[in-house]
Design a protein around this ligand. Structure first.
Ligand SMILES: *Cc1c(COP(=O)(O)O)cnc(C)c1O
Length: 379
C-alpha cells in the first residue's frame, strides 16, 4: 500500500502535449484576451455540455456572483438610503455572502435542512420582509436545492433567485440542468472544483438580452467601442485559461465517473461504522460527487470530528472541514440578521460535525482504502 500524502482534491490537468500544441496556436494567433477564439469556443462547448443557452465566462467564480445582483438591478430597485435584504445560507463557502456584501445588500441567514445541507424552503418563506430583494441559495456539495419549491416562493413574493451553483457543474434533475432554475446561476471553475480552468467561473442566464448585459458588464460596461452603459468591472477570461478549460472539458465525464466510483466505495465500506452519516443520491439526479462529506455523531462514533481530522492528518490524509466555521461565525457577518446559533441549529450542527474525505479524478481505490481503514480503526 502506498504512503503518499492524499489531499481532499487534486486538480484536473489536460495532457501537457495537448496543451503545448494549443499554446503554439495561441502564439501564432497573437491574441491573448478580449473574447478571442478560445474564449468563444469554450462558451460554446460549455453551454452544449451543460445544456444551457446563455453562459458568460468570468475570470473566477466570485465575480459572477457579485455581477448577478447588478444585472438583475437589485441595487437599483430600492429607494435612496434603503438597504435590501438577501436571504441566504451560512453553510457555504464565504464567497456566497461576500457577493451580497459587495453589493451593499444585507445578508439574512436562514437554516439549512439537516438531511441535505441546503436551505430549508420553510425557513426562506418565514424570513421574507418588505425589504427582501432576492433569495440566494447554494446547491451545496452539488446536491440540488428544492428548486421547484424555491421557484414557487420567489414567484409568490416577486423575488429574484440567484443560485450559487459553484459546486453543481454537470448536475441534472430528470435530465434538465440544475442551472435552468433561478434567474441566474453562478459556477466556479477554480482548480479545486470538479471542472477547472485554473481559476474561472461563469454566469448562466435565460435570455439573449441579459447575456449581452452580463458580457458588457464583465468588460467595464462597454456596449460599443465608444459607449459605456453602466459601471462595469473587468472579469474576462483570457485565452490561455479558456484553452486549458477546453481540454479539461474532454475529460470531465471520466472524472465524474471516477468520483462516483470512489463515493460508492466509501459508502459501501463505511456503512455499518456507527456514528457516521453520508448524503444520499437523489432520485432522478445526475450527481457530480464534488465532495464526499461525512457527518460524525461523536457520542456514537467515539471520537470527535476534530480528533478524526487530526488522526487522518497524522496518516498523511488531508481531509477538509467544509464548511467550518459557518459563514455566520466570520467577523464581517457575526452581527448579520439570523446569524445566531439559535436561529441556525442545523447549520452549526453540520458545520461542527462535517469532514470531507478525499475524492477526485485521479484518486485510486487503494487510496480510498487507506482512508477507510483509518476511519474504521480510528477509535
Ligand atoms: C469555490 C466557491 C465559490 C468561489 O469561486 P472562486 O472561483 O474560488 O472565486 C463560490 N461559492 C462556493 C459555494 C464555492 O465553493
Amino acid at each position: 500500500m502506498n504512503n503518499r500524502d492524499i489531499f481532499v482534491t487534486s486538480p484536473l490537468f489536460p495532457s501537457l502535449d495537448e496543451y503545448k500544441k494549443v499554446l503554439d496556436d495561441i502564439w501564432e494567433r497573437k491574441y491573448l484576451t478580449n473574447n478571442g477564439f478560445y474564449h468563444k469556443e469554450l462558451e460554446k462547448k460549455l453551454s452544449a455540455y451543460l445544456g444551457v443557452d446563455y453562459l458568460s465566462l468570468f475570470t473566477n467564480g466570485t465575480l459572477p456572483l457579485i455581477a448577478a445582483f447588478q444585472v438583475l438591478d437589485l441595487h437599483r430597485s430600492l429607494k435612496k438610503g434603503e438597504t435590501g435584504e438577501v436571504i441566504t445560507s451560512a453553510y457555504s463557502f464565504v464567497a456566497t455572502t461576500h457577493a451580497i456584501w459587495w453589493n451593499n445588500l444585507e445578508p439574512v441567514f436562514v437554516d439549512v435542512e439537516e438531511e441535505t445541507g441546503n436551505m430549508d424552503p420553510e425557513k426562506i418563506e418565514a424570513a421574507i420582509t418588505g425589504r427582501t430583494v432576492a433569495i440566494m441559495p447554494v446547491h451545496v456539495y452539488g446536491n440540488p436545492c428544492d428548486v421547484e419549491r424555491i421557484e414557487r416562493i420567489a414567484e409568490k413574493h416577486n423575488l429574484k433567485v440567484i443560485y450559487d451553483a459553484a459546486h453543481a457543474f454537470g448536475v441534472t434533475i430528470n435530465g434538465r440542468s440544475v442551472l435552468e432554475w433561478g434567474d441566474v446561476s453562478s459556477l466556479s471553475f477554480h482548480a479545486t472544483k470538479v471542472y477547472n480552468t485554473v481559476e474561472g467561473g461563469a454566469l448562466i442566464c435565460h435570455s439573449a438580452d441579459l447575456k449581452k448585459r452580463i458580457d458588457n458588464l464583465r468588460n467595464f460596461g462597454f456596449s460599443g467601442e465608444t459607449a459605456v452603459d453602466e459601471a462595469g468591472i473587468n472579469s474576462k477570461m483570457d485565452e490561455l485559461r479558456s484553452a486549458f478549460g477546453l481540454l479539461n472539458l474532454e475529460q470531465v465525464d471520466s472524472a465524474i465517473e471516477n468520483r462516483k466510483k470512489i463515493a460508492d466505495y466509501y459508502r459501501e465500506k463505511l456503512t455499518g461504522t456507527k456514528g457516521l452519516r453520508f448524503l444520499k443520491d437523489k432520485e432522478g439526479v445526475r450527481h457530480n460527487y464534488a465532495y464526499f462529506p461525512v457527518f460524525i455523531d461523536e457520542g456514537v462514533f467515539g471520537m470527535t470530528r476534530d480528533e478524526l481530522f487530526e488522526k487522518l492528518k497524522q496518516n498523511g490524509i488531508f481531509a477538509r472541514r467544509y464548511f467550518y466555521p459557518s459563514i455566520s461565525e466570520f467577523a464581517p457577518y457575526g452581527n448579520a440578521k439570523g446569524a445566531g446559533r439559535s436561529n441556525l441549529p442545523n447549520t452549526y450542527k453540520l458545520s461542527e460535525s462535517v469532514i470531507c474525505l478525499p475524492i477526485y479524478a485521479g484518486l485510486e481505490i487503494s487510496d480510498a482504502e487507506r482512508v477507510v481503514k483509518i476511519i474504521r480503526w480510528a477509535k
